[in-house]
Design a binder for this molecule. Structure first.
Ligand SMILES: [Zn+2]
Length: 286
């Protein structure tokens, strides 16, 4: 009994430290200053579509966590693991800039696609809402009022559509929905459907075509999987060390098991309590 609770305590402490690190990372500053609905953020991360197989849903979950943590396999990420292959490559879509996580959304060739997905998301939200609100009620609703959601300009200060793609649910969205006196279940359903829709469209319209292009380039250059795995040791260790030591994000990932962090946070939400209170509480106990 005692052993069990100590174990639980240790797990919770490391989880809260993990969350704390994530929360206080410099690049995540805007999520502290702006209003994120953490409850819906984690409900969406955990949402499983009934039609999905286990395999499909666990891949989806992994992809969502990677997107939220900005860990998608961009050229920048790939060149950390196989610098002898990818160093010096630019974005395979526009060819004009290094492919960082941010570049996926700012890439000149993706801007139109991104705006289209955003506009289709607006229409979906309007339709979902219309289907759930009593037809006899005369209610006007303007989805444009949810300003934290629709801008496709990436910003370090303001919430925008790219944060929604990453999986952060703005408080403005849930609050805007609640004003229509919807049941909690309907609010959850709408937000989940929006996230699923955006997720699927980003995958099929932007990410899969981009991965196909990378494969085509590799094929054209005669790069095989064996070549990717066979690293010229000296070059590899030098580059890897220099890139990881300069990044606080890399050291964060070295210390934290993302799955533990995620499952712990989810449990915390189900068992109640505010995430930030939880962090403060654990700090106090320590
Ligand atoms: Zn590009």
């Amino acid at each position: 009994m005692v052993e069990q609770s100590i174990r639980k305590f240790i797990t919770q402490v490391s989880i809260s430290r993990g969350f704390e690190k994530f929360y206080y990372l410099n690049r995540n500053k805007k999520y502290r200053n702006n209003s994120i609905d953490w409850k819906y953020t984690f409900i969406c991360l955990d949402n499983e579509n009934a039609l999905d197989t286990n395999f499909r849903s666990s891949r989806k979950k992994a992809r969502r966590i990677k997107t939220m943590m900005e860990e998608l396999s961009t050229i920048e990420q790939m060149s950390k693991y196989a610098p002898h292959i990818y160093q010096g490559w630019n974005c395979v879509i526009c060819g004009n800039a290094p492919e960082t996580f941010d570049h996926i959304w700012t890439c000149s060739d993706n801007r139109f696609l991104l705006s289209t997905i955003r506009d289709d998301t607006k229409s979906l939200l309007t339709n979902l809402l219309a289907s759930m609100i009593d037809n006899n009620q005369y209610i006007t609703y303007d989805v444009n009022l949810i300003t934290d959601l629709w801008s496709t300009t990436n910003s370090e200060i303001f919430l925008n559509f790219i944060d929604f793609i990453k999986g952060f649910i703005p408080l403005r969205l849930s609050q805007w929905l609640i004003q229509f006196n919807l049941k909690q279940n309907d609010v959850t359903k709408i937000i989940n459907e929006l996230r699923d829709f955006v997720d699927e469209r980003i995958l099929t319209d932007i990410w899969i075509p981009r991965c196909d292009r990378v494969h085509d380039m590799e094929k054209m250059m005669g790069i095989t999987n064996i070549m990717k795995r066979t690293k010229p040791n000296e070059i590899y260790s030098r580059n890897f060390t220099s890139s990881s030591s300069s990044s606080s994000i890399s050291s964060f990932y070295n210390n934290i098991n993302i799955d533990d962090l995620y499952f712990g946070l989810r449990q915390k939400i189900y068992y109640g309590g505010d995430l930030l209170d939880f962090t403060l509480h654990v700090n106090h106990v320590l």
